[in-house]
Design a protein around this ligand. Structure first.
Ligand code: HGY
Ligand code: MN
Ligand code: MN
Length: 415
């Protein structure tokens, strides 16, 4: 099986075809879970998987799995997982390369009559980006029992629709979510190939990242409430202005991260809303998000405590009331040493320049790591860009990642 490899042509075709399911073709790639584009891309993929003879299951939250039986169907499955949903105006590689890699390695296994012992299961996790309901990795959290039916009934999108109602409207069966929780014994290991989404591999001329740990996330929505008033007639000393306070807090975030976190810690204010948001009135309220990440959970805790304390202090100094709501929380995790060492062996034998590294982005792999051995393989991102239309990874790098993934699966099958 030495010279068995994946096909660059098919990988390229798959990625180009999948990226056509896009609601903003004029600007990057947008494919939110539970939209027409998401439904069509999954139907397109399911057709391909059916032609390959895979057994298809779509669960209550919209995770799609395609299963290739092995010689011993009762053995736990080797899972290849990632996502097809995107952020607004995202790129065409985030998540997609992991799905295409799984599809391609299944094709190679079939056409070379490789009789694996274990089943291979390709998983398309729903709502990894959290673009609808603000919960990243919602699909893999439901798959592992970390997101329950009562959460689905509670969570609402920007239009006030409950997650439950959206799933029902899409013809899914949210009432079956709790029954769809995976039995950890049914999975041997999980692998995810993903673009790095930062600069380390490119800057060091490396082709593969062997991921040691995946960052967790603590994301909050912070609302400051003051007293709206006339922008011209209200003297500066008589104002209760939430916008000024928001500016003080937002500009203090980098220093708070530096003082309370590690060099790997990051925090981002990505969204801000103002009411009534007109140029000639002092705002009534300002609401903004703070997204804190690190592999190290203590660092994330320290930063989030410090942010909350500072919001409290600035609000008191400005006579404001405030509200802090949790948007998303998941722990930073270290991935399986056994699988990470196996991936490193493959990369070394193929003489590919690589490094061991952490992921600053959150991934489904981190959620599945709570129930089985997980490994992640990174490939370079041009200029380190991602979650933007400019996101790009050369097809040669994607194929190289697919070949490493294929070899890793063949070796895990022998463990
Ligand atoms: O936000 C993230 O880290 C991931 O892309 N969902
Ligand atoms: Mn991703
Ligand atoms: Mn992403």
């Amino acid at each position: 099986m030495e010279n068995m490899g994946t096909s660059l042509e098919r990988i390229k075709n798959d990625i180009e075809n999948l990226s056509k399911f896009n609601s903003t073709p004029e600007k990057g790639c947008t494919r939110f879970s539970y939209t027409r584009e998401d439904q069509e891309v999954k139907e397109y993929l399911i057709q391909i998987m059916k032609k390959l003879g895979l057994k298809i299951i779509v669960d209550g939250i919209g995770n799609v799995s395609g299963r290739l039986e092995g010689k011993e169907p009762n053995l736990p499955a080797i899972m290849i997982g990632s996502h097809l949903d995107t952020v607004l105006y995202g790129g065409k590689y985030d998540g997609v390369v992991g799905i295409v890699a799984g599809l391609e390695l299944i094709r190679v296994i079939i056409e070379n009559d490789v009789a694996l012992n274990h089943p291979v299961q390709l998983m398309v996790f729903a709502e990894e980006e959290g673009s609808n309901f603000g919960v990243p990795t919602a699909g893999s959290k439901a798959f592992t029992g970390q997101l329950k039916l009562e959460d689905i009934k509670r969570l609402k999108n920007a239009r006030g629709e409950s997650y439950y109602d959206v799933l029902k409207r899409k013809g899914l069966d949210p009432d079956s979510i709790d029954k769809g929780i995976v039995n950890p014994k049914s999975i041997k290991a999980m692998l995810e190939l993903h673009i790095e989404q930062s600069v380390l591999l490119e800057r060091n001329q490396l082709s593969i990242g062997v991921v040691k740990g995946v960052a967790g996330i603590k994301a909050y929505s912070i609302e400051l409430v003051g007293l709206s008033n006339h922008a011209g007639a209200t003297p500066m000393n008589l104002r209760t202005d939430p916008m000024v306070a928001a500016g003080q807090i937002i500009s203090a975030i980098p220093a708070i991260v530096k003082e309370n976190g590690l060099s790997s810690s990051v925090a981002t204010v990505g969204r801000i809303e103002c009411v009534p948001n007109i140029f000639n009135a002092i705002p009534h309220s300002v609401k903004f998000t703070v997204d804190i990440r690190d592999v190290d959970n203590r660092a994330m805790d320290n930063i989030s405590q410090a942010v909350k304390a500072y919001v409290n202090k600035v609000s008191a100094n400005n006579n404001l009331t405030f509200k802090i709501e949790k948007i998303a929380v998941s722990s930073g995790v270290l991935l399986s040493e056994k699988i990470t060492d196996l991936i490193e062996e493959v990369v070394k034998e193929k003489n590919i320049p690589y490094c061991r590294m952490n992921s600053g982005a959150v991934h489904d792999a981190a959620i599945i790591a709570s129930i089985t051995d997980v490994g992640m393989i990174f490939i370079p991102s041009k200029d380190g860009r991602s979650h933007v239309p400019e996101e790009y990874t050369p097809y040669e790098n994607i194929k190289e990642g697919c070949d490493v993934l294929l070899e890793a699966v063949l070796r895990i099958d022998k463990l």
